[in-house]
Design a protein around this ligand. Sequence first.
Ligand code: NAD
Ligand code: AHE
Ligand code: ZN
Length: 368
Amino acid sequence: MKTKAAIAWKAGAPLEVADVELEGPRAGEVLVEVKATGICHTDYYTLSGTDPEGIFPSILGHEGAGIVLETGPQVSSLRPGDHVIPLYTPECRQCKFCLSRKTNLCQAIRATQGRGVMPDGTSRFSLDGKPLFHYMGTSTFSNHIVVPEIALAKIRPDAPFDKVCYIGCGVTTGVGAVLFTAKVEAGANVAIFGLGGIGLNVAQAARMVGADKIIGIDLNPAREDIARRFGVTHFINPQQDGNVVDAIVQLTDGGVDYSFECIGNTITMRQALECCHKGWGVSVIIGVAGAGEEIRTRPFQLVTGRMWKGSAFGGARGRTDVPKIVDWYMQGKLDIDSLITHRLSLDQINDGFDLMKRGESIRSVVLY
Ligand code: NAD
Ligand code: AHE
Ligand code: ZN
């Protein structure tokens, strides 16, 4: 079939919207009509050329929601009409990683996903007979996609696509990092570096679990107002407030219990570790840093009890946890609507990237 998609031809170039060819689902695969997709900073990161796994030409996008149109042979858990969220972190429930119960990083199809192809090593997308690569196993900047069954979370049919698409990455990443990775407890002090599409979800989850001080750090002064509405109790602008680590340590009588880096900057990753409380503070890296970048600190920081952790997709097991997070949104426990600041057509997708770069949007959602 033909479908409309935004093609990333090369690093740094604007996306081009065109009709592409999409082959139907093979064994274990599902054809999905994408109804809406968010634009995450990670799409920009890959498009900018700093992602070591970035491949071109490809169809980016990984924060979508849609409807199953057709299932291939051997698909048993989904049928046409089901509402789904594509998962860049699948959940096969059979691999060593899934069975360990220690991680959400299912590895069943990770290798082919990283090479921009389906598990059988081929792409379903092409243009003029030449293959286009998939991205993160999802490619939600295409109106129709083919995805492995294990990479689809079935969600309730009354959830609005234009809101719950954001659960496909940003909401789950931020909320999950608090609940599943850090397991923040009531009364804890928290610092959040970067108050964008991820950091604000960390904030609302920290408030939800009853954190005490929630300190938000961002260079963009416009983030203070929305951050306070999402639970931030203290706002620090590093350009105005001097040494960020000292400021946080003073505010919290020795440092925070948990910090979250939601920028992708190795300098702020160090600050996020070093503003943690001696003896027990845990710093969770969520931000994705460019190829070749490395984190630094004095080993003494770790010797004296601070801990560095990382979190991908919030530690969420997609097929199990994503439907629950959709429920929390539908029950009013999570605010997604206020974070979706812009709604665009696919033809306007490059405007969505520009809004993000200028710091004017929290989330832009593309509606098909
Ligand atoms: P975003 O652009 O919406 O937000 C980033 C925020 O950081 C902005 O508010 C910006 O003003 C602020 N910022 C930038 N540099 C800063 C600095 N030096 N000091 C303080 N604030 C600064 O991005 P996002 O969509 O929220 O994504 C954030 C990061 O998380 C990105 O690196 C993205 O790739 C990554 N990410 C990781 C996962 C994961 O599973 N680990 C999932 C989604 C996104
Ligand atoms: N391709 C990059 C890594 C990018 C990365 O860390 N991605 C996160 C999700 S970001 C979503 O917005 C992730 O899930 N990582 C785990 C994984 O298996 O990719 C690189 O550096 O190569
Ligand atoms: Zn993302």
